[in-house]
Design a protein around this ligand. Structure first.
Ligand SMILES: *[C@@H]1O[C@H](CO)[C@@H](O)[C@H](O)[C@H]1NC(C)=O
Ligand SMILES: *[C@@H]1O[C@H](CO)[C@@H](O)[C@H](O)[C@H]1NC(C)=O
Length: 391
């Protein structure tokens, strides 16, 4: 905390990433006429691939100290109106499966968690929430893909043969990647550059309401001090708070203080000491105290509800504000993006691509607050927006 850095967070990474950028530029030039495919990077000679990978990992490992996020910086920036980057991805959408989650790495590179050829539909789970296609094995494609923030190309990938039904991805301010899998009923933490989980929450393929179980966990938010909040999820209608080593600290709701109906996304507003939950089927965002401070603010949770907000699928924190996306609710409710101010319990802005969105499922803001990404499930794609005022 003492050696807190300010805005130019990416600067320290620029140097080690230069050779990578050059290598990729050369490749891009060489392959400009070829159809691009998800296997693009893997088709390259394995030497070049491992070189790129090593550079990426070295860049990540340089971040041995926690990077401040917007919440830790002095003044709360006003929320910028997200402006679509129309020519992104530059070469057309890469061939992704259902893009369940999007996050932004510390270096500003968007990272998606997608389902490859697997599709989440009404047959995926039975009435007791067990995944019905365990026999098909884990998804054989790389499910975690890093995209180029400038042109949207797939740069690197990992996460094949590990996941059954990806749901969300979160990258914390130490560069750890947190993934939720609703088929496994588990949450995984991966240290930077590692493909073996550092921490696992929940029991494999075993949904349940117990304190060591999860049931289709939907999302994770991690405090700058390391506490972990898990939205759990499609069947348990609760949020769990863990200490950094995975010890359960508390459950939301406690008693009757909060009724959730599919908590689908979770985000922290640390300056306000709020943990905000996209309470999807209640068509609202509700923000109880995160209790990260010794003396949490008393009183009922802040709630944002509005006639056109509809079913809130995902939220992302930006200073004291939230960016949100909804899903289909009713014919007269637009599917799109919203900016919310939980402190005043109000919806303050609406945004989205001019052509509209169909099934947005995840939203993420870059650590420096300059870009916002939305991932969709059918059509499977990622949108990039600039947040101009934050620069
Ligand atoms: C759901 O499937 C699991 C295993 O696939 C099975 O053990 C369980 O009994 C099934 N539940 C229902 C309600 O059919
Ligand atoms: C997870 O990371 C922590 C901190 O680096 C380390 O102490 C611990 O041994 C790791 N656990 C596993 C299971 O890798």
């Amino acid at each position: 905390m003492a050696r807190r850095r300010r805005w130019g967070l990416g600067a320290g990474l620029a140097a080690p990433l230069l050779p990578l950028a050059l290598a990729l530029l050369l490749l891009a030039a060489r392959d400009a006429t070829e159809a691009r495919s998800i296997n693009h990077v893997h088709d390259l000679s394995s030497e070049l691939y491992s070189e790129i990978r090593e550079l990426m990992q070295r860049a990540l490992h340089q971040r041995d100290e926690a990077v401040p996020c917007l919440a830790e910086l002095g003044a709360a920036p006003a929320p910028a109106h997200p402006r679509l980057v129309p020519s992104w991805p530059l070469h057309g959408p890469p061939p992704l499966g259902q893009v369940a989650g999007v996050a932004v790495a510390l270096n500003g590179f968007p990272v998606v968690f997608h389902r490859g050829a697997r599709v989440f539909d009404s047959k995926s789970f039975n009435d007791s929430h067990h995944f019905q296609f365990v026999d098909e094995g884990p998804i054989p494609e790389d499910t975690v893909l890093t995209l180029d923030p400038d042109n949207g190309d797939v740069l690197t990938g990992w996460g094949r043969d590990l996941f059954f039904m990806p749901h969300s991805i979160t990258i914390d301010n130490r560069g750890n990647t947190w993934l939720t899998d609703v088929a496994l009923h588990q949450v995984f933490k991966f240290a930077p550059g590692s493909t073996k989980p550092n921490l696992t929450l929940g029991q494999e393929f075993t949904p349940g309401p117990g304190k060591h179980q999860l049931c289709m966990p939907t999302d994770v938010a991690v405090a700058s001090t390391g506490e972990v909040f898990v939205a759990d999820g499609y069947c348990n209608a609760r949020v769990l708070k863990f200490d950094p080593s995975g010890v359960l600290l508390r459950l939301y709701p406690q008693g009757n203080d909060l009724q959730l109906q599919v908590p689908h996304s979770v985000a922290l507003l640390e300056r306000l000491d709020m943990v905000c939950v996209a309470d999807r089927e209640n068509m609202r965002v509700v923000c109880p105290s995160a209790e990260l401070r010794a003396q949490p603010a008393p009183g009922p949770p802040a709630t944002v509800k509005a006639e056109d907000l509809g079913r809130v699928f995902a939220i992302a924190a930006y200073g004291d504000y939230l960016y949100a996306v909804n899903g289909y609710t009713a014919d007269n409710i637009r599917v799109g993006g919203f900016t919310l101010d939980p402190a005043s319990e109000s919806l303050i802005d609406r945004w989205g691509p001019p052509q509209g969105m169909s099934n947005p499922h995840s939203v993420a803001v870059s650590p420096d607050g300059s870009a916002l990404y939305v991932a969709e499930i059918g059509p499977n794609r990622v949108w990039k927006f600039n947040l101009p005022q934050a620069l």
